[in-house]
Design a protein around this ligand. Structure first.
Ligand code: SF4
Length: 364
């Protein structure tokens, strides 16, 4: 089976106050060393066609033009123009030369970190772009024929007002994206917000924000298909569906993770180790119980839930048998339901509670 390919670009032009993803500020000499090592890793570990490619980060577009071109050139041998090929974009780092490269090397989908349409809010989050950078990015992409773009929006952060949020949602929709991702702020250890003691948004208020956006998106044809993701029909992220369907994917580069069959791995984050060819830092052999739970954890995030027949085919047992201690009460309470051969979470907002209940299967 062909696998999806994820490539992590481990640098950002700056570090946002809420982010625990990226720990390395972009410096061209370090990025150059990283890229040389990446080319070796790619050659050693990818020898087959891939189903989708996703270049994420970090900030892939923070790379200087020559390094970005070298990266795209390296990946060109596994790229198939009919398949989804996505890159993440930070609006302040994009220019016409970079978009021309993206187009030339076959990128056909972009995920843009819009976050908010309010410049003061963006600055308060440590973002370096303004909303005009977002509109400029969209125009540039469209000019080069990349019209499949997604916008990332963040909500429930300190100082955000509902008035500004409504404006952000309206401005995002006005940019006519094919896909939208909506994330609530979580305060992660190690971030500047954590160090400053920033408190989490009120949960009820957060739920109201979510419902507001969901309704507005759906009125504009962008239907929810996963907890945080909305798309016009046919524009769901094929790459991310690989994760949610618990299929295999190869993660390359520093800080990436991957899953091949029952083996999950995390790559090193250390450039020196990476240059030595010690790509994988940790391997985990998953037991069948772990895989069944992870399959549910990922699949129940989807509006379509999990396929009962696929579960049975993979694990040689039915989900009802595997979760016979916990599933009946969840079905009885209506937290999950079976529709057209799928097990579905009735309300994605209580997904965590459902998953905790399912986890009790193991502890009984
Ligand atoms: S640009 Fe993205 S990855 Fe980089 S620090 Fe900001 S949120 Fe994190």
């Amino acid at each position: 089976m062909t696998k999806a390919l994820y490539v992590h670009v481990p640098f950002c032009a700056h570090i946002c106050y809420y982010c625990d993803f990226c720990h390395s500020i972009y410096q061209k000499d370090r990025a150059h060393r990283w890229l040389e090592a990446f080319k070796r890793e790619f050659k050693e570990r990818v020898d087959d066609e891939v189903s989708t490619i996703y270049i994420g980060g970090g900030t892939p577009t923070a790379l200087d033009d020559d390094l970005l071109e070298e990266l795209l050139k390296t990946l060109a041998c596994v790229h198939d123009p009919d398949k989804e090929y996505t890159i993440e974009i930070n609006p302040e780092t994009l220019n016409a030369k970079k978009v021309e490269l993206l187009k030339r090397y076959g990128i056909n989908r972009a995920s843009i970190g819009m976050i908010s349409s309010n410049d003061k809010e963006l600055a308060s989050l440590g973002r370096r772009h303004s909303f005009s950078d977002v509109t400029r990015t969209v125009e540039l992409l469209k000019r080069y024929g990349i019209d499949n773009y997604s916008l990332d929006i963040l909500y429930s952060f300190p100082g955000e007002t509902f008035e500004n949020y409504k404006k952000t949602i309206a401005e995002a929709l006005a940019l006519r994206p094919k896909h939208l991702s909506l994330y609530s702020l979580t305060i992660e250890e190690g971030t500047l917000f954590y160090k400053r003691g920033v408190e989490h948004f009120d949960e009820d208020e957060e739920a109201d924000y979510y419902e507001y956006a969901k309704k507005a998106f759906e009125e504009n044809g962008l239907l929810q298909y996963e907890v945080s993701n909305f798309a016009l029909k046919g524009y769901e992220s094929k790459h991310n569906l690989v994760y949610w369907h618990y299929e295999d994917f190869i993660g390359l580069s520093m800080g990436a993770s991957g899953k091949i069959g029952a083996m999950r791995y995390d790559n090193t984050r250390d450039l020196i180790e990476y240059e030595k060819g010690h790509y994988i830092k940790e391997r985990l052999d998953l037991k069948k119980e772990d895989m069944m739970y992870e399959y549910l954890m990922m699949g129940l995030r989807l509006n379509d839930g999990i396929s009962l027949s696929d579960f049975e085919k993979r694990f040689d047992t039915s989900v009802f048998e595997a979760y016979k201690k916990t599933l009946p009460s969840l079905l009885e309470s209506g937290s999950v339901k079976v529709i057209d051969g799928h097990l579905i979470a009735s309300d994605l907002e209580i997904l965590n509670t459902i998953l905790v209940d399912l986890l009790d299967q193991d502890s009984e």
